[in-house]
Design a protein around this ligand. Structure first.
Ligand code: UGA
Length: 474
C-alpha cells in the first residue's frame, strides 16, 4: 500500500517506520523542515529501541520524508493523521492541528483514499473530519474516515507496534476496513514474523496479531477508555500504597496478592510518584471532558487525577520527614524522564518535584541516562547535571530516586553509602528491598512500605566526598 503519515512526532515517526517495515511505501509528512532535514540526514530525534535500525533500513527506499502534504496525499491510498492533540485549558483535546490537516487533505484529494486517525482523539472526531473535508470541497464518495488508535508505549514503541496485544480498526464502510486489514495483514497473517530480519519478538508476544474491527466511534472510545483505565489502575495502587503506610502493611506483598488474580493482573500495579508522560495526564482530562460534554459526570476520573497529583506531594513530605528542614540541603536526584527507557520529560513527576525542592532552597544534582539535555534546557544553571549516579551522590545530604531506570536499580550500595554525606535514600519507585537497604546502613523510605533504619548504627556524618571516594578538604 502507499501510505502518508502526517506528523513526525512519537506516534507518526514510529508508525511510519513500522509501516515501511511491513513492506508499504511510506511518505512521512511534517511542516517542520529542520526536523525533516535531520531525519533525511539520518538523525533520530527520539530515544527509542530499534527505531534507528528501522529508519536506517528503510530511509530512501520505502520511507521518504516530505514537507508537502498535497503531494503526499496524491501519492497515497491511505493518509494517517498523527499530529499532536495537546490539552486546552479546560482539559479538552485541542483538535486544531487535526482540522487543518483535514482541510489540506480535502483540497488535494483526487481519487478514493482513506483518512485514518492515529492521534488520540475524542469520540466523534471522525465525524468532524468528514464534515470539514466535505466543506472544503472533497467529494463525499472519494474518501472514508477511519480510526486506528495506537497503543504503543514510549521506550518499547517499535515492538509494541509490531507485536501488539491487539490492532483496533474502526471503520464504518467495508472498502475502508478492507484497506486497513490489508495494511496490517503481515502482522495478522503472521508473515512478518517469519521474516528473518524481523525485529526480535518480545516475551509474551501474541502471534499472529489479533485484529479487532469496530465502528469508528467505538475505536475512538477504546483508546481513551484504555488509557484512563490504566491510569486508574496506577492511582488505585498508589492509594492502596498510602493505606499500607498508615497500617504498616507492605504494598509489594499486597500487589502480588492482588495481581495474581488473573482478573486484575499484575501489570500497571507499580506504586510510585504517580504517572506522567504525554498521554495519561492528557487523556484522563480529555476523556473526562468528553464525558462532561455528553452530560455524564465521570467523577472517578477526577479522583484518578487527584490521587496522581497527591503522590508527588506525599513524596515531598517523605523528603521533609527524612531531612527535617530543606533550605540549604544538597540532594542527589536519580531520574528525570517520566519513566525509564525514554528521554521524554513531558509531565514528568520528577520535574515537578525538583521545582518544589528548588523553591524550598535545596541544591539539586541530577542524573538521568537519557533525559539530561532536555532537562538542562528547562532548569539551566539552577540544577547541576552529571552523567554518573555516583557523582550525583557525592557529598549529598540524601539521594532521591524518581525514575525507574534499570541503571538505578543495581547501584553499588557500599559505594553509595560511602559517597553520601548522610545515608538517606528516598525511593519513589521502590527499586530496592528495604531489608537490604537497612543492612547496607541506609535510612530508606519508599512507597507503601515501612521506612527502615540502618541495621547497624549509622555512622557520624562524613565530610563531603567526591565520586572517586576522595575526601574533600573544607
Ligand atoms: C501509555 C500507554 O501505556 C500506551 O498503551 C499508549 O499507547 C500511550 O500511553 C499513548 O497513549 O500514546 P506511555 O505514556 O508511553 O504509554 O507510558 P506508560 O508505560 O504507560 O507509563 C505512563 C506513566 O505511568 C509513567 O509515568 C510510568 O512511570 C507510570 N506507571 C506505569 C506507574 O507509575 N506504575 C505502573 O505500574 C505503570
Amino acid at each position: 500500500m502507499r501510505i502518508a503519515v502526517v506528523g513526525s512526532g512519537y506516534v507518526g515517526l514510529v508508525a511510519g517506520a513500522c509501516f515501511a517495515e511491513l513492506g508499504h511505501d511510506v511518505i512521512l509528512v511534517d511542516n517542520d523542515e529542520t526536523k525533516l532535514r535531520a531525519l533525511q540526514a539520518g538523525e533520530v530525534p527520539i530515544h527509542e529501541e530499534f527505531l534507528p535500525e528501522l529508519l536506517e533500513r528503510h530511509r530512501g527506499e520505502r520511507l521518504a520524508f516530505s514537507a508537502s502534504l498535497p503531494h503526499a496525499v496524491r501519492a497515497s491510498d491511505a493518509i494517517f493523521i498523527a499530529v499532536g492533540t495537546p490539552p486546552t485549558e479546560d482539559g479538552d483535546a485541542d483538535l486544531s492541528y487535526v482540522e487543518s490537516v483535514a482541510r489540506e487533505v480535502a483540497e488535494a484529494i483526487d481519487s478514493y483514499k482513506i483518512v485514518v486517525e492515529k492521534s488520540t482523539v475524542p469520540v466523534y472526531t471522525s465525524t468532524w473530519i468528514r464534515k470539514i473535508m466535505i466543506l472544503n470541497g472533497a467529494p463525499p464518495d472519494l474518501f472514508d474516515v477511519a480510526s486506528n488508535p495506537e497503543f504503543l508505549r514510549e521506550g518499547t514503541a517499535v515492538t509494541d507496534f509490531l507485536y501488539p496485544d491487539r490492532i483496533v480498526i474502526g471503520a464504518d464502510h467495508e472498502p475502508c476496513a478492507s484497506m486497513l486489514r490489508t495494511i496490517y495483514a503481515p502482522l495478522t497473517d503472521g508473515s512478518y514474523y517469519r521474516n528473518r530480519l524481523a525485529i526480535p519478538q518480545p516475551s509474551h508476544a501474541r502471534i499472529p496479531a489479533r485484529l479487532i474491527q469496530t465502528s469508528t466511534n467505538s475505536a475512538e472510545l477504546i483508546k481513551h477508555a484504555s488509557n484512563a483505565f490504566l491510569a486508574m489502575k496506577i492511582s488505585f495502587i498508589n492509594a492502596v500504597a498510602n493505606i499500607c503506610e498508615c497500617v504498616g502493611a507492605d504494598i509489594e506483598e499486597v500487589r502480588e496478592g492482588m495481581g495474581s488474580d488473573r482478573r486484575i493482573g499484575s501489570r500497571f500495579l507499580n506504586p510510585g510518584v504517580g504517572y506522567g508522560g504525554s498521554c495519561f495526564p492528557k487523556d484522563v482530562k480529555a476523556f473526562n471532558a468528553v464525558a462532561r460534554q455528553c452530560g455524564y459526570n465521570f467523577g472517578l476520573l477526577d479522583e484518578v487525577e487527584q490521587i496522581n497529583l497527591n503522590q508527588r506531594q506525599r513524596f515531598l513530605r517523605k523528603v521533609r520527614n527524612a531531612l527535617w528542614t530543606l533550605k540549604g540541603k544538597r540532594l542527589a536526584v536519580l531520574g528525570l524522564a517520566f519513566k525509564g527507557g525514554t528521554d521524554d520529560i513531558r509531565e514528568s513527576p520528577a520535574l515537578e518535584i525538583i521545582q518544589s525542592l528548588l523553591r524550598e532552597g535545596c541544591g539539586v544534582t541530577a542524573c538521568d541516562p537519557a533525559a539530561l539535555e532536555r532537562t538542562r534546557a528547562i532548569f539551566q544553571e539552577r540544577v547541576k547535571f552529571v552523567d554518573d549516579p555516583y557523582d550525583a551522590a557525592a557529598g549529598a545530604d540524601a539521594l532521591l530516586i524518581l525514575t525507574d531506570w534499570e541503571e538505578f536499580a543495581n547501584l553499588d550500595l557500599g559505594r553509595l553509602r560511602e559517597l553520601l554525606r548522610y545515608p538517606v535514600i528516598i525511593d519513589g519507585r521502590n527499586l530496592y528491598d528495604p531489608q537490604e537497604m537497612a543492612e547496607h546502613g541506609f535510612i530508606y523510605s519508599s512507597v507503601g512500605r515501612r521506612d527502615v533504619l540502618p541495621a547497624r548504627p549509622a555512622l557520624a556524618p562524613k565530610p563531603a566526598a567526591t565520586s572517586d571516594g576522595l575526601k574533600k578538604t573544607a
